[in-house]
Design a protein around this ligand. Structure first.
Ligand code: ACO
Length: 448
């Protein structure tokens, strides 16, 4: 199979959100800490009737329906998630309900977990399958689904929630350029979930930021050298039209792009204009460790990279700023924002993706766009994603109600024998919701 990649996409995020400026007031932190300091506008969260399973049921059903895909045509289904509902039973098995109904139980794949990276692992698995000798001609389907919630404290405003579904096959309008993909994996304790009785992670915020940037540098250098080898010329950021990052919060994305710019500068400073050279030269002798600590470098590189950031990164930040960190779905929500903003001009262009999951697992890879054939065209993907309408029809919830919901969910995490409120008044028709967890911990869902 040739040109294997993403044929179709859909996204679901809860219609309920809390505004970051209201959260600043409520938490009594300095004005601008979450909105400017983290760069976040709004944060989606699940009410007690929604969870990662209901969101993935909703998005898979919607994708199949909107692109007219017969469920029998799916041959592999992979879920990426770090939201643990069951330590054995994969989220994929709940999704089998959709396919069993149509008589299709011949579907490979289970869940992949490593913090925010599981979705990328799932995507690589599906693409590899389509490219392999065991491919039977049917589609792969990737689902990224997470609800990111943090304990009270500085990490809480970096939550979010969403589910994304991506159909994988040959001759895709979004084809993976497999030759260049580069990976860095390592053992660190930056963010992890050792407490199985709690949904909240243990997080070393500062360490996680540095690990993220170090992983970015390592992947980028590997990606560049693979590109050099196959294309016979050095890769620089001018070789890609868009850069899409896993986005825990927008400020880190701003720093990340500046970091790529600095990397390009270190590799070949002579090609940069004089004023850029003047600004970055003083930092060219820093050791790598020093470079992660230098506030002046951070400022200077963000300043010189600003024009390129606006052109190559800005189109991807809409959903991550509005919805928050969606863990596995975060990078693909950023990617969906590019399609939403730029679908009519993407043909022939390239997007470079950086996927990061704490612990840690990370990869850089690239997609090449082509207009595609109906229903798998970039413009149809943009219209199915329907991002503006989904954002505009959300309900803003007060910080008090947000915190009350998190308290209830803490109580319900791992619990059995309860029914939910079944209040679906804020959900749109077609949304799945949790109705009950019985005395055997079995979960029941219904569709509005
Ligand atoms: N106005 C403008 N900016 C402000 C204000 C203000 N009133 N107050 C603070 N800031 C800025 C700070 O200067 C800082 O900016 P900088 O990053 O450029 O230095 C920024 O806001 C953050 O403030 P800090 O005090 O440095 O950090 P805080 O204690 O708020 O924690 C953190 C931030 C570490 C990101 C925390 O939210 C967290 O732990 N989140 C979860 C972990 C995470 O997302 N890690 C990223 C990779 S791992 C993953 O994806 C899960």
């Amino acid at each position: 199979a040739k040109g294997v990649g993403i044929l179709a996409m859909d996204i679901y995020f809860p219609p309920t959100c809390v505004q970051q400026d209201a959260l600043e007031d409520h938490d009594g932190v300095s004005k601008g800490k979450y909105t400017i300091g983290l760069g976040q506008d709004c944060m989606a969260f699940c009410l007690e009737v929604e969870d990662v399973i209901s969101m993935s049921l909703t998005v898979v059903t919607s994708l199949l329906e909107k692109y007219g895909i017969d469920p029998k045509q799916i041959g592999r289904l992979e879920v990426g998630s770090e939201t643990v509902i069951d330590k054995s039973k994969s989220i994929k098995t709940w999704l089998m309900e959709i396919f069993e109904e149509c008589g299709n139980t011949d579907i490979e794949g289970v869940d992949s977990t490593n913090a925010c990276y599981g979705g990328t692992a799932a995507l690589f698995n599906c693409i590899n399958w389509v490219e392999s000798s065991s491919w039977d001609g049917r589609y792969g389907l990737v689902v990224c689904t997470d609800s990111a919630v943090y304990a009270e404290g500085p990490a809480r405003p970096t939550g979010g929630a969403a589910a994304i579904a991506m159909l994988v096959g040959p001759n895709a309008p979004i084809a993976l350029e497999g030759k260049f993909r580069a990976t860095h994996m390592s053992h660190v304790y930056d963010f992890y979930k050792p407490n199985l009785a709690s949904e909240y992670p243990i997080v070393d915020g500062k360490l996680s930021q540095t690990c993220y940037l170090m992983a970015l540098d390592t992947c980028y250098n590997r990606f560049c050298s693979k590109f050099d080898k196959t294309e016979g010329k050095p890769f620089t950021i001018t070789d890609a039209d868009y850069f899409v990052f896993h986005s825990p919060y927008n400020k880190l994305v701003q720093k990340s792009f500046a970091r790529l710019y600095y990397n390009d500068f270190l590799r070949n400073s002579s090609t940069f204009e004089n004023d850029v050279r003047e600004k970055l030269e003083p930092f060219s002798t820093l050791t790598v460790d020093e470079s992660y600590q230098s506030r002046d470098l951070e400022k200077a590189s963000q300043q010189v990279a600003k024009r390129l950031y606006d052109a190559k990164v800005q189109p991807s930040i809409l959903l991550p700023k509005q919805v928050g960190n969606m863990y596995t779905a975060s990078i693909y929500a950023a990617f969906a924002s590019v399609i939403h903003n730029k679908h009519s001009t993407l043909g022939g262009q390239r997007a470079v993706m950086f996927s990061y999951g704490s612990g840690l697992a990370s990869s850089i890879f690239s997609f090449k766009f082509q207009d595609g054939q109906h229903p798998f065209t970039l413009s149809n993907i943009a219209s199915v994603l329907n991002i503006s309408t989904k954002l505009e029809s959300r309900h803003v919830i007060s910080p008090e109600k947000f915190i009350e919901t998190l308290k209830l969910m803490e109580h319900r995490y791992g619990a059995k024998g309860f029914v939910t409120s079944k209040d679906t008044s804020l959900l749109t028709p077609g949304t799945f919701y949790l109705t009950e967890v019985d005395n055997m911990y079995r979960r029941f869902y219904a569709k509005k």
